[in-house]
Write a protein of this length. Structure first.
Length: 235
């Protein structure tokens, strides 16, 4: 249809109405103005960010759980090893005690024959000294003591005896010499001397008598209280 001519100000409006009736779109659509498009939704972005954070948290929790599981397994292994070691320690207690007893015996293993020979060589002659009592004791920590008591004719012989016996491996102590008016004969000075045998660096008592003769010393088992008595002469 031919558009009628409408002069004046209504011509554009009439033209738009005719275009609308004819189903045609006018260049400027005042009847259907366009709306401003809505801003883009942030929902997807937020969902993606939350999913990423959740994934990181899950990975961290998984790593922590894995580490704790490994530590638990390590603890169980160490506990088992500890229990086994405690069982072995209990089983080895008796052998260690036996070994300690053997060590104590070895440390106290003094060659008493050599010690008696040393004292005898340095004692005064039989007519000047008499031995009434002799006691040999070992020390649990090593070494031993040889206690000699009796009578001597002069008090000065005790100092002489101490000087001769004392060395790096032997020490001598005693009460000195005391005059005994009731003693018979010429020996009227009573003495009691203790010779202490110390261990050498090798862990055994020295053997001066055997070393002097170049012979292997005879071993005597240590005695806690061996008390041989000798009267009328040297030990």
């Amino acid at each position: 249809a031919r558009k009628p001519d409408f002069p004046g100000t209504f011509a554009p409006l009439v033209g738009m109405l005719l275009d609308e009736a004819a189903g045609a779109r006018h260049e400027i659509d005042f009847l259907h103005p366009r709306k401003t498009p809505p801003p883009p939704s942030q929902k997807r972005t937020l969902i993606a960010a939350a999913a990423a954070v959740a994934a990181v948290v899950l990975l961290a929790l998984g790593g922590l759980w894995w580490q704790l599981s490994g530590l638990d397994a390590r603890i169980r292994t160490l506990q088992t090893q500890r229990n086994n070691q405690e069982k072995l320690a209990k089983q080895g207690a008796k052998p260690r005690e036996d070994a300690a007893k053997v060590d104590r015996f070895t440390q106290a293993d003094v060659t008493w024959l050599d010690e008696l020979a040393l004292v005898s060589r340095n004692f005064p002659p039989p007519d000047a000294l008499i031995v009434e009592d002799l006691v040999a004791n070992y020390e649990p920590k090593g070494g031993g003591e040889l206690t000699v008591s009796g009578l001597v004719d002069q008090d000065s012989r005790i100092l002489e005896l101490q000087a001769k016996v004392r060395d790096n491996s032997h020490s001598v102590s005693g009460i000195g010499a005391k005059f005994d008016p009731e003693a018979t004969g010429s020996r009227k000075w009573r003495y009691k001397e203790t010779v202490t045998v110390r261990l050498t660096d090798e862990g055994a008592a020295p053997a001066p008598a055997a070393a002097a003769k170049g012979k292997t010393p005879a071993k005597a088992a240590p005695s806690k209280a061996a008390k041989p008595s000798a009267k009328g002469g040297q030990p």
